[in-house]
Design a protein around this ligand. Structure first.
Ligand code: TYD
Length: 204
């Protein structure tokens, strides 16, 4: 393969996507593919500093300021990590990307979605996932998985996360070719098999 692939993993907190990224990474490596794991917020380097602010700052953060911080981290991840790797033929697996901003800041916090789409475009400058998984789960279950120790984002409340979930399902409806919804109430192995079905389709 000359050009790599860019695959993103999305869903509400506690949906189980991080486990699935690791499983897919192991699978791809076992098949001889070169892979790279990255995440937003918190790509290696500068992104880790931005993540620290986003998840732990305990003063007031306006929804628009929050959006710009996520977008700044995204631009860095796109330019310095994702694009060079894809160009080198690597399969990049990214834990959250543009759809998180639409779901969380747009649907969740009420920031204007059309504006966020433009800002997302500016942040990634031509980068687009080849495939996106949305791990869908009811919010009661996902919040129970998150547990009592919540970071700044996870403390936003059940109604917020209901809006985030709705946002993801709406995004999937609008872009069914790219965005695949997976029922995350199933077992880890069943979910992994579903992921592989979609991956095989992309590889053809
Ligand atoms: P993280 O601990 O990485 O959560 P998870 O393991 O669920 O991915 O924290 C990232 C948090 O940031 C998560 O609550 C989602 C939120 N987020 C946004 O609100 N907007 C964004 O654009 C991104 C990338 C993340």
């Amino acid at each position: 393969m000359s050009k790599g692939l860019f695959i993103t993993f999305e869903g509400a907190d506690g949906c189980g996507k991080t486990t699935q990224i690791k499983l897919l990474d192991e699978y791809l490596k076992s098949r001889g593919y070169k892979t790279l794991l990255t995440r937003e917020p918190g790509a290696k380097g500068l992104g880790e500093k931005v993540r620290e602010i986003l998840l732990n700052y305990d003063g007031e953060v306006s929804p628009r300021c929050e959006s710009f911080l996520f977008l700044a981290d995204r631009a860095q991840n796109a330019d310095c990590i994702i694009k060079p790797a894809v160009k080198d033929g690597v399969i990049v697996l990214c834990d959250r990307h543009t759809d998180s901003t639409i779901a969380y800041q747009g649907y969740g916090r009420g920031v204007n979605i059309e504006e966020l789409k433009k800002l997302n475009d500016m942040a990634v400058s031509g980068l687009k996932p080849d495939l996106t998984f949305v791990f869908d789960i009811d919010i009661q279950t996902s919040m129970a998985r998150v547990g009592k120790e919540k970071d700044r984002m996870e403390s936003a409340g059940l109604e917020f996360f209901e809006r985030v979930r709705k946002g993801y399902l709406e995004i999937a409806k609008q872009e069914p070719e790219r965005v695949k919804v997976i029922d995350s109430t199933k077992s880890i192995e069943e979910i992994h098999q579903k992921v592989l079905e979609f991956i095989e389709n992309v590889f053809g």
